[in-house]
Design a protein around this ligand. Sequence first.
Ligand code: DX5
Ligand code: ZN
Length: 224
Amino acid sequence: MKIQILPSLLAADLGRLGEEIARVAAAGADALHLDVMDGHFVPNLSFAPDTSALCRRVLPEGFPINTHLMMTNPDAYGRRFAERGSTTVQFHLELRDTLNVRALAAELHGLGVRVGLALNPDTPAEVALPYLDCADEILCMTVFPGYGGQAFIPEVLPKIKALRAAAPALDIMVDGGVNAETAVQAAGAGANAFVAGSYLFRQADMGGAVADLRRRCEEAFATA
Ligand code: DX5
Ligand code: ZN
């Protein structure tokens, strides 16, 4: 499986947003991770559909934008992100009692974007199993969403193992507290895609850090 490294724009210097977006592509990352927070699903607020359009304008043509909707009504916004250049839209399965997961996945697929289903650290793998057929990737949060810069929660590792066993060919992504050490733990459990915000954006040489992370994850994933 292809190992993917995704810098999270949440950790960028917002005073230089255009340059920071360009830095992600120049670093050889596989996609840009765009965190969207609504102040309800999580206590914080972050980016909007127009940020996706800005990323689209700055990034090279075809460079993937992986948009993580931390909001209670992703069905009202998924389309807007898809229309503004996002290439994957992820939404949370904690909403499954009030949200028609399959209908939203079908709508997004109809718009030509990939679909990611996200799980908070305390949401078990079993919640995702009935939906694996309508997802292109599963996002395992390794922190409680809302803020960058938190510590990786290793208790999520068995869930990654269980999901990898259930879905050998699916992209499994981790998000939260990812650095050179924790990424290796996640890769060893079967994750193949790695979101990193503060770890990558604080590097003077983001390209070197992306290459190093990729090499470590490839090694660890091969032995998973
Ligand atoms: C957390 C976000 C993450 C965040 C990760 O709510 O979903 O994508 O940017 O940041 P770090 O890598 O700093 O934990
Ligand atoms: Zn995220």
